[in-house]
Ligand binder design. Sequence first.
Ligand SMILES: *Cc1c(COP(=O)(O)O)cnc(C)c1O
Length: 374
Amino acid sequence: MQFETRAIHVGQDPDPRTGAVVVPIYQTSTFAQPAVGEHTGYEYARTGNPTRTALQECLASLEGTEQAVCFASGMAAEDAILRLLAPGDHVIMANDVYGGTWRLITKVHARYGIEVSAVDMTDLDAVAAAFRPTTRFVWAETPSNPLLKILDLAALAELAHDRDAWLVADNTFATPYLQRPTEFGADLVVHSTTKYLGGHSDVVGGAVCTDEQTAADLAFLQNAVGAVPGPFDSWLTLRGVKTLGVRMEKHSENAGRIANYLAGHAAVEQVLYPGLADHAGHDVAARQMSAFGGMVSFRVAGGADAARRVAERTELFFLAESLGGVESLIEHPGIMTHASVAGTDLEVADDLLRISVGIESADDLLADLERALG
Ligand SMILES: *Cc1c(COP(=O)(O)O)cnc(C)c1O
């Protein structure tokens, strides 16, 4: 079955009792057991819930992994992955990794002896030089946030595997419709399902797609810790996933048009979009992604104040954090999403704006930007 068909059918057979064509929201905390010590596969809803199972089966199919484990948020998913480590273990991360990921490892897991190095992961020599005997994970996010850098997943997987480390890929920006990291050797794929997978800005969630053994280890940690998605959240995410393919086509098409428009605008200093031929990661992106996605960042001529004014002047592009929904958003990473990395290696330019291009009419979106930049 092709991707679009699996998004709608895998894990989603009609309900065996009623024939309901949509997986029900199993809004229950516990499950009656036929006999002591016997159960239906479900005992208590922290451990498992059928709506969550449906989502997990579908996501595993889309990423091409044996299993998926869904979490209450993307950060809960990342936290579970980091809990696979032991004190003294080392992680290599990109120097523009998602701000929350950096905060999680440096402010939380560092207290339990996890070590991290931030490097420019587009520079493979720098990545090779960052390895220590204790390195367990290379953590790659591509395209990255908010600089839209492209990392070469196959090259990073090879570097990691040669040194007995794993490649963890944050595939939130690309989604499995545009890029499947395990095809390039990634061992774990992590998602904030809050973004494109949910796709409608109405639910927070996370997922890890990986092999059966690692998924069992993560499920153990999840059951012990408790960061589970509720049945309604799982249902909303699954509902979003059904239309992932058509949405990603339209996000990519709109973003491509907007990136080209911005690249020719006098009030724009620089456009960061992997679909542009002059983007440093364009060739790698063209190799590992089927289209270039819906995220565009750009630097406004005239500095921080000018950037701020543009972000406050758009009308269709709502000024908001997050991304990946059907509606377009604009934000100032330096002050908003990436405020927590100010003063560190990950600090971003203060004239940078990031847009999450929605699936409205591109003509209307272009007119909105024209007005705001004018
Ligand atoms: C949003 C995001 C996360 C965190 O996910 P939450 O669902 O907000 O907890 C992690 N990585 C990337 C790339 C993100 O955009």
